[in-house]
Write a protein of this length. Structure first.
Length: 113
């Protein structure tokens, strides 16, 4: 490539490559439990221009998600199944947003007061 060329990586296509992933269009978070599979994910970019906060984000994400699960009771607003279809955009939003209600668990009131 000539010097100064801007290279755009299509992470969407790479993350859905059937040569890399088994059943790439299915939602299977358990596939990242294996260390070698997790290395295939490019959530924060690669190389010199990758996100400088990726290490912190990967460590804090588990803490934040665990805190949300432990401290709140969650319910769907409706009784229908959650639609997992993807919408359009850079962050691949859900086609139909999930509506949920959370209520603080009783032990949380004692901690906060």
């Amino acid at each position: 490539m000539p010097r100064g060329t801007t290279l755009l990586v299509n992470a969407w296509a790479i993350h859905r490559d059937p040569n890399t992933w088994d059943d790439p269009d299915s939602f299977k978070p358990e596939r990242f439990e294996k260390e070698e599979e997790a290395q295939k994910l490019m959530a924060f970019g690669l190389g010199r221009r990758s996100c400088p906060g990726s290490g912190l984000a990967q460590r804090i994400l588990g803490l934040a998600l665990g805190s949300l699960i432990q401290c709140f009771e969650w319910e769907r607003v409706g009784k229908e199944e959650v639609d997992m279809k993807e919408g359009t955009g850079n962050t691949v939003p859900k086609a139909i947003p999930l509506k949920a209600v959370c209520k603080a668990r009783p032990f949380l009131h004692n901690i906060i007061s």
